[in-house]
Ligand binder design. Structure first.
Ligand code: SDX
Length: 428
C-alpha cells in the first residue's frame, strides 16, 4: 500500500502522508493541506469521512461489527468483567489487579458525598424537568463545589477529578430520578458494589429496606459495560472538543450529556420504547410503521435502527437482545413490545430499503426493554446511557489532554453575502 496520497489541483501535485493504525486503518494526514495549497481545506459535514484524532482506547470495525475496548472484545468484557473494572481499563489502559481495583473503588467511595447545597439547585427544578437536562446542569454545577477539578494538568490532579465525577455522577443520576417521583434525596451504602449501590440510591423507599436482586444488578452492570465507550461518537467528540479548550472535566462531561440527549444519539433508547408502545397502541401493525420509516415524506424513522459506523449488526445489540430474553425470563416478565421489536427486526432484515442501506438494530433498539424490566422508567433510559458512557468520556478526555491535542477549531466554506455597505434604516 502506498505511504503517501497525491492531490492534483490545477496541474500542481501535493503529497500527503498516509498514516496506518494498529488494525490497518488508513488515513490521509492533511495537517499541512491549507498551508501547502495556500488556503484550500476539506468539506465533510458530520465528519463522515474525517478522523479527528488518533486514539488507543476503542476500536470499531463497522463493516464486520467489531467493538473492542483497549483490545479486549466487547463480548468477553460483557461476559467476564464488571463495570468498574471496564471503567478502569478504558481510563488507564489495562485491566486492574485486585489491589488496583480495590484502591480505585475506595478512592471513589471516599468522594461519594455531594454537597448538601446541590439539593437546593435540584429543588429549583420542576418535577417535570427531563433528567438529562437536570443531569447536565448538575454536572456543570458540581464544579462550584469541586474547584480543584478544573485546572488539572498533572496525572494526579486528573485522577482526583476522575474519581470525584465517577463517585458523584451516580448520586446525581439517582437524585434526578428521585426528584421526579418525590422521594427524598438519599444516599446508598458504600459497602455495596458500584452498580448495586446505584440501584439502591435509585429505588430505596424511605420506610423500607432495599433488597438487591442479583439478576437486576448483573443485567444493569452488563448494560453499562456495553455503553461504556464507542470511539468518536457525537457526545464523545463533544467532550473532546470542550476539553480541548482546557475547560475542566466536569463541564466537558456536562456538554457530552447534552449531546447524548438528542434522539438521533443516546436519546434514541427512550424514543425506541415510545415508538414500540405507539405501534402496540396502534394495534401492532409493524408493516404500517415500516412503510412510514421508508417514506421520504414522512419524518418517522425506525428508532434504534441504523448507525453511522456499523453497516452490519451492532455487536452490542446482539448481546442486549440475548440478555433481554434472559432477564425477562428470570424476572418472570412478559413484555409484548419485545415481540413487536423482534417482528420489526425480522421484517427490516428482509426489506430491501433497510438491507440496501445496511440499516441494522443498534445499541438502543433492545436496551429500553431491559431497563423497563429492571424497573427503570423511560425518562431515565438516556441517563442510564450517560452513566454507562461516563468512563468512556473520561478516558477520551484524559487521552486528549495527555496527548496535548490542539484546541478544536474546524474551518468552513463561506456561502454568505459578499462585501456590502451599511444601509441606514430609513433606506431599507
Ligand atoms: C447511538 O456514533 C455512535 O457510535 C453512536 C452510538 C454510541 O454508542 O455512541 O452508537 C449510540 O447514537 C446509536 C444511534 C441511535 N440513533 C437512532 O437509532 C436514531 C435512528 N437512526 C438514524 O437517525 C440514523 O441511522 C443515524 C443517525 C443513527 C445515522 O445516521 P447517518 O449515518 O447520518 O445516516 P443517514 O441519516 O445519512 O441515513 C442514510 C440513509 C438515509 O436514506 P437515503 O437518504 O439514503 O434514502 O438511511 C436512512 C436515511 O433516511 N436511514 C433510516 C434510518 N437511519 C438511516 N431510515 C429509516 N429509519 C432509520 N432509523
Amino acid at each position: 500500500m502506498s505511504k503517501t496520497a497525491i492531490l492534483e489541483i490545477d496541474g500542481k501535485k501535493y503529497e500527503f502522508p498516509i498514516v496506518e493504525g494498529t488494525e490497518n486503518e488508513l488515513a490521509i494526514d492533511i495537517k499541512s493541506l491549507r498551508g501547502d495549497t495556500n488556503g484550500i481545506t476539506t468539506l465533510d459535514p458530520g465528519y463522515k469521512n474525517t478522523g479527528s484524532c488518533e486514539s488507543a482506547i476503542t476500536f470499531l470495525n463497522g463493516e464486520e461489527g467489531i467493538l473492542r475496548y483497549r483490545g479486549y472484545s466487547i463480548e468477553e468484557l460483557a461476559e467476564k468483567a464488571d463495570f468498574l473494572e471496564v471503567a478502569y481499563l478504558l481510563i488507564f489502559g489495562e485491566l486492574p489487579t485486585k489491589s488496583q481495583l480495590e484502591k480505585f473503588h475506595n478512592d471513589i467511595k471516599a468522594q461519594s458525598h455531594v454537597d448538601e447545597d446541590v439539593k437546593k439547585i435540584i429543588d429549583g427544578f420542576p418535577k417535570s424537568a427531563h433528567p438529562m437536562g437536570v443531569l447536565s446542569s448538575l454536572t456543570s454545577a458540581l464544579v462550584a463545589f469541586n474547584p480543584s477539578s478544573v485546572n488539572v494538568d498533572s496525572e494526579e490532579e486528573m485522577y482526583n477529578a476522575i474519581v470525584r465525577i465517577l463517585a458523584k455522577f451516580p448520586v446525581l443520576t439517582a437524585w434526578a430520578y428521585r426528584k421526579r417521583v418525590g422521594l427524598p434525596l438519599d444516599y446508598g451504602d458504600d459497602n455495596l458494589g458500584y452498580v448495586e449501590n446505584f440501584l439502591k440510591m435509585m429505588f430505596k423507599k424511605p420506610s423500607g429496606e432495599y433488597v438487591s436482586n442479583k439478576v437486576v444488578v448483573e443485567s444493569l452492570d452488563k448494560l453499562l459495560i456495553l455503553h461504556a465507550d464507542h470511539e468518536q461518537n457525537c457526545s464523545t467528540s463533544t467532550v473532546r472538543m470542550v476539553g480541548s479548550s482546557h475547560a475542566g472535566l466536569f463541564v466537558s462531561i456536562s456538554a457530552g450529556i447534552a449531546a447524548l440527549w438528542g434522539p438521533l444519539h443516546g436519546g434514541a433508547n427512550q424514543a425506541v420504547i415510545e415508538m414500540l408502545e405507539a405501534i402496540k397502541e396502534d394495534g401492532g401493525d409493524t408493516k404500517k410503521f415500516m412503510a412510514k420509516a421508508k417514506d421520504k415524506d414522512d419524518p418517522f424513522r425506525l428508532m434504534g435502527f441504523g448507525h453511522r459506523v456499523y453497516k452490519n449488526f451492532d455487536p452490542r445489540a446482539k448481546i442486549i437482545k440475548r440478555s433481554a430474553d434472559n432477564v425477562l425470563d428470570a424476572l418472570g416478565i412478559e413484555d409484548p413490545v419485545l415481540d413487536i421489536a423482534k417482528g420489526l427486526e425480522r421484517e427490516a432484515l428482509e426489506d430491501s430499503y433497510f438491507v440496501d442501506r445496511k440499516l441494522y438494530p443498534n445499541v438502543d433498539f433492545y436496551s429500553g426493554i431491559i431497563y423497563r424490566a429492571l424497573g427503570i422508567p423511560v425518562e431515565m433510559f438516556t441517563p442510564m446511557f450517560a452513566l454507562g458512557r461516563l468512563p468512556g468520556w473520561i478516558a477520551q478526555w484524559r487521552e486528549m489532554r495527555l496527548r496535548k491535542e490542539p484546541i478544536g477549531r474546524p474551518r468552513q466554506v463561506y456561502i454568505g453575502e459578499k462585501l456590502r455597505s451599511f444601509k441606514d434604516i430609513s433606506n431599507r
